[in-house]
Structures are given as C-alpha cells and as structure tokens.
Ligand binder design. Structure first.
Ligand SMILES: C[S@@+](CC[C@H](N)C(=O)[O-])C[C@H]1O[C@@H](n2cnc3c(N)ncnc32)[C@H](O)[C@@H]1O
Length: 219
C-alpha cells in the first residue's frame, strides 16, 4: 500500500478500522504474554487506537508508530493529552506521560528506537499490508525488536477472493511462514466477527474470523 492511500483515508475520515472501544482480545489474551508491569511495549501502525491507552493503564510504557500526522494529532486531542513534539531524524516524536508515538514510516524505525521493548500489540497492522509488504514488515520487525520480545498478533481470516484488502486475509499458515523461523508461534483464539462488520458483509464477505496468535522471539 502506498503511503498516499493511508494519508487519503485519514484526510477523508474513511477510518472504519478505528474502534471506540478497546479490542476485546487485549484484556483477554495480553496476560498470556507474561509482560511485567513497567515494561516497554510497541504498537506498530497504531492509528489513533484507544488500545494505546489500555496498555498505558496497565502500567506499561507505550511506543507507537503511525504514518498519518492527522491520526497522531487526533489521538492526543481526542484523549485530552498534551504532546511534546520533537524531531527524531525522519520521524516526528509525539510524547506524553506513558505514551510516545513516532509519526512517520514504520520502515524507518531502528532497533535503537525500540530499545527495551518487551511486548508488541499488532491489531490491524499486519493485515493492513499487501503480501510483499507483509514479508518486509515481518523481516523489519525481526531486525528492530530486542531478543525475547513477545507479540500478541490479531489477524483477519476470510476468503480473499470475496473482497480486496485492506484489511487483507492472513491465514494461520502465513503467520507461520512470516514469523515461524524467527519466533515460536502459538495460536491462541478465534472469533467469528462477521456480524460485527456490516461494511465487510456489504462488500461480499460470507466468512470473517479474527484470530489471535502469540509470537515469542528467543531471548
Ligand atoms: C488499518 S489501520 C489500523 C490502525 C490501528 N492499528 C487500529 O487498530 O486502529 C492501519 C494504520 O497503519 C498506518 N500505516 C500504514 N502504513 C504505515 C507505515 N508504513 N508506517 C506507519 N504507519 C502506517 C495507516 O495510516 C493506518 O492508520
């Protein structure tokens, strides 16, 4: 996906992926990651997700990355948070107590930016990317995450021929192909969510499942 695609989505407020509630898998399955209080966690392609707040409220130090300046500024405004803004190479860093968001391209993040990260929450991030970019994403993640990091990964799975992405369908076999050589992949749960997503039903989907996986990179 070109970055212009996402900038346009935000400019036109076509952000059906944004949820006003916390993702239900987060309170249910985050504890299975065994991330200690006070740890640093990373939320890639974070949009203006309220999940950042949920993680901060678990006494975690949250780092996000998001391409759209509109999304980042909305996040702080809508949650009555005041950000300190600094330039960080090609990325702009928005920072308040417990939450830092790098505004810019995920692929520009370095291992130094994610130093100390112990956990990752990926919801609607991997599935936002077309197949070749997903392979680059998995490789870059592996390059920049500290060893021992654990990830809660949430994917959509549906008959790809029924609808064009994003979101793209990412089946379990692909999760293993993308992450299985570098990390231990464990399937955690699955939910039928078609009735929660009328916009996808309208686009022709007859099956939509959301699946959660845990990825454990070796220490
Ligand atoms: C489907 S949305 C999901 C947002 C968020 N994870 C959520 O659950 O609401 C994907 C987000 O990724 C952002 N994005 C796409 N490509 C990106 C990139 N290369 N670097 C950083 N953010 C990116 C888009 O602007 C968009 O906000």
């Amino acid at each position: 996906m070109e970055s212009s695609f996402w900038h346009e989505r935000w400019e036109k407020n076509e952000i059906g992926f944004h949820q006003s509630r916390f993702h239900p898998f987060l309170p249910k399955y985050w504890p299975s990651l065994d991330i200690k209080q006070g740890s640093r966690v990373f939320v890639p392609l974070c949009g203006k997700s309220r999940d950042l707040l949920w993680l901060r409220d678990q006494d975690l130090d949250v780092i996000g990355v998001e391409l759209s300046k509109l999304a980042v500024e909305d996040f702080f405004k809508e949650n009555q948070l005041t950000a300190i803004i600094t330039q960080h190479g090609e990325l702009t860093l928005y920072e308040c107590s417990g939450i830092r968001i790098f505004c810019g391209d995920f692929f520009k993040l370095t291992a130094a930016d994610l130093a100390g990260v112990a956990g990752v929450f990926d919801r609607a991030s991997l599935v936002a990317l077309p197949p070749a970019m997903r392979r680059d994403y998995a490789r870059h993640m592996q390059k920049i995450l500290p060893s021992g990091t654990q990830t809660l990964l949430v994917c959509f799975a549906y008959p790809q021929e029924q609808m064009d992405g994003p979101p793209f369908s990412v089946e379990e076999a692909e999760v293993h192909a993308l992450f299985g050589t570098a990390s231990e992949v464990t399937f955690l749960a699955e939910a039928d969510v078609l009735d929660n997503e009328p916009r996808f039903k309208q686009r022709g989907l007859t099956r939509l499942h959301e699946k959660a996986f845990r990825l454990r990179y070796p220490s």
